[in-house]
Structure formats: structure tokens, C-alpha cells
Design a binder for this molecule. Structure first.
Ligand SMILES: [Zn+2]
Length: 370
């Protein structure tokens, strides 16, 4: 979720592309990850005027799930809505039941203990606590998310994930004073983020939805999480598709992930991955039938340019002809969003079958226990 392209040469279309955007090609390129729901100036006509094919429109905060519904309504043929809570916005989630929620103060105090002394108050929490949303129970959030996924048959789950770099921004009245930093030093603990990802993945598996996954500065935690999901969630996990969006790991770790997880795709935007000197090496490490393109943009007007830019990078890095590239990327995207019911079941080993039976039994007894 970068949302602002500050590269200085970006405004000059004459020097930006080696060949100008081709509408016939753009129509067959689908944006695997973008954020029109976070576009403050979103206009349905801008969305309808885009040359890019279909957009996977992410949700991010508690508040903008509603906006994703609006974006979808603007052009249901052009938008695949994704519902989910981004790690930047998961601090209001409480794991207590709705009828036994802690006070706002207690919730955030236990989520953000001070670095050294867990019995004292976090020094920077007091100045922002009032501006934080009231805590909401995970079960309330998940039932809203399920209702959205159910009401939108083409929808999937995203953007969810792990982020170890993010700090919660200071509220506007504090950030407006230039002497103050833009961000607090409050970071949502990774364990909290992980529980929220897992709860949303469980819902995705139960409803047969695919997932768009964010991972920033948490490469090992992400690899561990994927491995654990494969182990404990068995066939349900293997049947959903997972897109590692703007994957920031090394070429070597991409290869290892592909070896272990046949259900994983990788999508790239120039805004993030294009800044790395190893971008082409990374593209070359991705199996040709797992590669997707994305803009990761909230400024809807810019999406065509961003998709064209990453398409050109792919042509250069992989020495594909335009036709070869567009055919592959189009087929990959269709596979990524394809409904789970239309997919062959993965072949499970006897050990995996046994584990899967055990998991289903566990889930049922959990439910019976309330
Ligand atoms: Zn994003």
C-alpha cells in the first residue's frame, strides 16, 4: 500500500515508457492488487474509463470495506472485490467476545506495552489513545467480513498479512505540527497480526475464497506461517490460491516457497519491487505460470500507467514477446481468481489425508463447544 509515487521522472510520459501504452494489450492485463477503495477522489467514471482489464480491489481498514462495495457497484464486470483487514489497521481487533470487550484504554494498553517495563504506561500512547477506534471483537469483524464475502459471489480475501516495519501514524492534529514525527512508535505486535491473518485465512478456506497477502520485513515469519498453514490446514489450504503481493524476498526464497506451495502466486508492481536492483533476478526466479502484475495503487487514474510499466519490465527481464507475456499473465490471473469449486482436488498423501480428517474433527468439536 504505497499510494504515492514520488519518483521524479514519473510525470513525463515521453520518457517514462519505451513504447506507449497499448489499449489492446492493457485490456488483457488484469491488476492483481490495487486500492481504489483508498482513493479519496474515487470517481466511478474514472474506473470505467481505465484500459486495464479487471481490477482486484483490496479493502484495508475497518472503515473502507464499505468503500470496496461502492467500487464494486461502480462496475461489477471490471472489479473483483476483496474483503479483509490489512495489518496496518488491525489494532482495534480484540480477541474477547463482543459481550465482554475490554475498555478502550485497557485494550490498547495491553496491546502496546512500553518497551522496557510492562507494568508502566507506554509513553506515546496517551497522546493518541483518544483518537483510536473503540475495540471490536474478532467475532463481530469476521461475521461482517463473511456477510460481505457471501453477498459478493466473485469476491476474495484481502488485503491481509504481516508487517514489521509499520508504525501507527500520528493523528492529523499532531502530525500537522512539523516538529512532530509523522508516525508514533507504536507497532502492533506480530503475534496479534498473525492471529488476525489466521482467523481471516480460516474464513477464506471455509468459504473457498482466494487470498491476497501482504508481507513487509517479516520474511521468515511469512515462510513459517505458510509452512504451518500447509501442515495444520491440510487440503482446505491447498485448494485456495494465495497471492504474495509485491513480494519483497530474495530470488532464492521465492524458489523455496514455490517448491513447497503449489497454490502460491506472486504479483509485482514497479512502485515497490521496481526499486530493487534485484528486481529482474527476482522476476526470473518466478515460475512462468505463477506470475501476476499489479499496480498496488489507490490513485485510480494512474493504474493503466502502472500496469503498463510493470508489463514492460517483465518483457525486458524475461525476454518474452508481448504476445507470450500477455497470454501467460492473462491465464495466470484467471487461474488465481478462479472459483474453488472448478478446481481439481489436490492429491494428498495418506499422512496428509489422516491429518485433514483430524483437523475437520477438531473444527467440529470446537464449534460444538461454542
Ligand atoms: Zn496493497
Amino acid at each position: 500500500m504505497p499510494w504515492n509515487d514520488t519518483r521524479p521522472w514519473i510525470k513525463d510520459p515521453a520518457t517514462r515508457f519505451s513504447s506507449p501504452p497499448d489499449p489492446a494489450i492493457l485490456a488483457r492485463l488484469h491488476d492483481a492488487h490495487c486500492h481504489p477503495s483508498d482513493d479519496d477522489e474515487f470517481a466511478p467514471e474514472t474506473l470505467r474509463g481505465l484500459k486495464t482489464g479487471i481490477l482486484c480491489a483490496m479493502s484495508s481498514s475497518l472503515a473502507n470495506q464499505e468503500k470496496t462495495r461502492e467500487v464494486y457497484k461502480a462496475d461489477p464486470d471490471k472489479v473483483v472485490p476483496f474483503f479483509g483487514l490489512h495489518p496496518w489497521f488491525c489494532h482495534p481487533i480484540s480477541f474477547d467476545p463482543p459481550d465482554d470487550l475490554p475498555s478502550k484504554e485497557d485494550h490498547y494498553r495491553s496491546l502496546f506495552p512500553p518497551p522496557c517495563d510492562s507494568s508502566a504506561d507506554h509513553p506515546s500512547l496517551a497522546s493518541v489513545l483518544d483518537t483510536f477506534p473503540d475495540p471490536i471483537s474478532i467475532s463481530t469483524y469476521l461475521s461482517d467480513m463473511e456477510a460481505d464475502l457471501f453477498a459478493h459471489p466473485t469476491s476474495h480475501v484481502g488485503e491481509i498479512g504481516l508487517d514489521r516495519a509499520f508504525r501507527i501514524p500520528n493523528p492529523p492534529h499532531i502530525a500537522a505540527d512539523k516538529r512532530n514525527p509523522k508516525h508514533t512508535d507504536l507497532a502492533t505486535p506480530l503475534a496479534h497480526q498473525l492471529r488476525i491473518v489466521e482467523a481471516q485465512v480460516d474464513l477464506a478456506i471455509r468459504l473457498g475464497k482466494n487470498v491476497s497477502l501482504h508481507s513487509v520485513r517479516a520474511p521468515q515469519e511469512t515462510v513459517d506461517m505458510l509452512r504451518r498453514f500447509k501442515e495444520v490446514k491440510g487440503e482446505g489450504w491447498q485448494r485456495i490460491h494465495v497471492c504474495l503481493h509485491s513480494f519483497g524476498g530474495s530470488a532464492e526464497s521465492a524458489k523455496q516457497i514455490q517448491k513447497a506451495h503449489p497454490n502460491v502466486f506472486f504479483s509485482f508492481a514497479t512502485i515497490i519491487s521496481g526499486r530493487s536492483p534485484h528486481f529482474h533476478k527476482l522476476l526470473q526466479a518466478i515460475e512462468p505460470d505463477r506470475l501476476l502484475v499489479e499496480s498496488d495503487f489507490s490513485d485510480t487514474r494512474e493504474i493503466d500507467n502502472q500496469i503498463w510499466e510493470v508489463f514492460q519490465e517483465i518483457l525486458t527481464a524475461l525476454s518474452w514477446t508481448p504476445e507470450e507475456a500477455v497470454s501467460r499473465l492473462e491465464a495466470n490471473w484467471k487461474r488465481f481468481v478462479s472459483p474453488i469449486d472448478e478446481r481439481p482436488k489436490p492429491k494428498l498423501s495418506n499422512r496428509e489425508k489422516k491429518r485433514e480428517r483430524k483437523r475437520v474433527d477438531l473444527y467440529v468439536s470446537d464449534e460444538e463447544g461454542g
